[in-house]
Design a protein around this ligand. Structure first.
Ligand code: CTP
Ligand code: MG
Length: 339
């Protein structure tokens, strides 16, 4: 039931490339904005340590994974040295009480009912939103994994930006309102880039010396992946073979998820090259199944309703038509339409 797409001309590819590059230059933070985030973190850590002497705060998520926007939230993980993750909810509540006394913060809100309890806040001077979670150690590791993929090839970074902009524009990128998180969309981009022929990125979790994959256990999951990127060209025979442009890849991605990928049967899974099925995982009741690369019990699509699933699929189908159809000229803009 998909519209056939016209063949794409070199001119059209060059327009698509420009649009993709523009997304990146328009939304990526500059060095100053990156250092502001580090400053806020330092200040918060100093403040929090007045009450929690052994507290250590670390940024994760898009402040660190290479796909951050100017206004992305500050995802912060707090660890108390010499303590395990016992009384989490109790700590979150007392942390919230303390943060309320910080003059640079407002709208402090502890959320203790979520899967990962957090304290939300707004940083007054920058209006950046943030949240602090406790012992969110796997998130630190998946952030490092995403950052490693981003560092392999510039096209990875650009496509992840384009995907995030697309998700925000179509209103399908907010997990707190029943759709998918930015993290989930990033995993979809990485999976596509691994499945492309030739691939743009390898499966880092499958590159290792010897016969057996090394075990690095965190919360009971193996978080090993190959991160010695300098030596990747000699470790991965496909390195540099794919020469497609970002524009071609973006349209390729929309076509992949609307024409090739069978959501009923397959799992978006970036930890292995071999296709994983929803049947293998016993996750057959869900239509969009995205497996976390480390926490293998975590399906990022688990919270989607039937209705939201359809809404997301429609956004991809429309995206494929819009980005796959060359336009001859932009329609004129009249002064009355410019407000
Ligand atoms: N995360 C996770 N599991 C989820 C959602 C998020 O482990 N179901 C972790 C990931 O480490 C992710 C981080 O939380 O990178 C932040 O998630 P999110 O804010 O959704 O993504 P960002 O990459 O920070 O994107 P944005 O710029 O939209 O904030
Ligand atoms: Mg974030």
């Amino acid at each position: 039931q998909l519209d056939p797409l016209p063949p794409i001309t070199p001119e059209f590819v060059s327009v698509l490339n420009k649009v993709c590059e523009q997304c990146y230059t328009d939304f990526a933070p500059d060095e100053l904005e990156v250092s502001v985030r580090e400053h806020i973190l330092q200040d918060l850590e100093t403040f929090v340590r007045r009450q929690f002497a052994g507290a250590r705060l670390q940024l994760f998520g898009s402040s660190k994974n290479g796909f951050g926007f100017r206004q992305s939230d500050l995802d912060i993980c707090m660890v108390l040295e010499g303590q395990d993750d016992g009384a989490c909810i109790h700590i979150i509540e007392s942390l919230a009480r303390q943060l309320k006394k910080h003059p640079g913060l407002k709208n402090i809100l502890p959320i203790t009912t979520a899967k990962v309890p957090i304290v939300k806040f707004v940083h007054v001077r920058t209006s950046l939103e943030g949240d602090i979670s406790l012992y969110n150690t796997l998130a630190l590791h998946n952030t490092h994994l995403l950052a490693s993929y981003a560092a392999i090839d510039r096209r990875v970074k650009i496509l992840c930006y384009v995907m995030k902009v697309f998700a925000k524009m179509c209103d399908i990128g907010d997990a707190s309102r029943g759709s998918l998180s930015s993290y989930a969309y990033t995993l979809m981009v990485l999976f596509f880039l691994q499945q492309r022929n030739p691939p743009i990125i390898p499966v880092l979790q499958e590159i290792y010396d010897g016969k057996k994959k090394p075990e690095v256990l965190v919360d009971g999951w193996n978080v090993y992946f190959f991160d010695d990127l300098k030596t990747l060209p000699s470790r991965w025979p496909e390195f540099g073979k794919n020469t497609e442009t970002v524009g071609e890849l973006w349209l390729g991605l929309l076509r992949f998820y609307t024409e090739d990928f069978d959501f009923r049967e397959h799992v978006v899974c970036i930890r292995q090259q071999c296709r994983l099925t929803t049947f293998n995982k016993q996750w057959t009741s869900k239509y969009i199944v995205i497996e976390d690369p480390f926490d293998l019990n975590h399906n990022l699509g688990a919270g989607l309703s039937r209705k939201m699933t359809n809404f997301i699929m429609k956004a991809f189908i429309n995206g494929r038509t819009v980005f796959g159809t060359p336009i001859k000229a932009f329609p004129p803009i009249y002064p009355s339409q410019m407000e």
